[in-house]
Design a protein around this ligand. Structure first.
Ligand SMILES: [Zn+2]
Ligand SMILES: [Zn+2]
Length: 175
């Protein structure tokens, strides 16, 4: 979603866009390899202009598909988040000013005549992915011995839940 800055009227510009599954590869442009995919991405935002600074705010809604960190099956993560950015020209003389207010707002830069919202929206989506994505809160994962998916079936490995140290204690007690 590239916006020509000259098309933004004083009262601001409202935009609604729906990106299909082909959007993610175009944003990545072969520069990054990701282990997730996205369903349709719905973007609703408004951009306002004050002098050379642009204020962008809106919401992004999509569904992320990513391997569960415990069982490796696909985890489905719904996303619906608000975002807010302040965009300043890449060659700005006012970096000091920016640092003062940086805590409150997310800053980004634009170059030339266009504001490209795609990297910002991508960033917002990536921020929603937890360090350890789970297919469900109580995912039982894979058996560390035989690799069975314990959500689907239990396996016959002995002492599956017993920690190595506990196993040592158990043996000592038996003596
Ligand atoms: Zn899982
Ligand atoms: Zn097992």
């Amino acid at each position: 979603m590239k916006i020509n800055i000259h098309t933004i009227p004083d009262e601001g510009l409202e935009l609604q866009e729906i990106k299909d599954r082909r959007w993610l590869p175009t944003v990545l442009a072969g520069e990054a390899d990701v282990d997730f995919s996205l369903e349709e991405v719905k973007i609703s935002c408004k951009i306002r202009k004050v002098d050379k600074t642009f204020f962008l705010h809106g919401t992004v809604e999509t569904t992320i598909h990513i391997p569960c960190s415990r069982c490796l099956e696909t985890a489905t993560l719904p996303v619906n988040v608000p975002f807010r950015y302040t965009l300043v020209p890449a060659a700005t003389e006012s970096r000091e000013e920016i640092e003062l207010t940086e805590e409150d707002l997310e800053y980004s830069f634009y170059e030339g005549e266009t504001v490209d919202c795609d990297p910002l929206i991508y960033e917002q989506i990536v921020l929603q992915i937890p360090m350890k994505a789970l297919c469900r809160e109580d995912c039982r994962g894979l058996c560390p011995r035989c690799g069975a998916n314990l959500n689907l079936s239990s396996c016959s490995c002995p002492d599956r839940d017993v920690d190595e140290r506990l196993a040592v204690l158990k043996k000592l007690k038996q003596k």
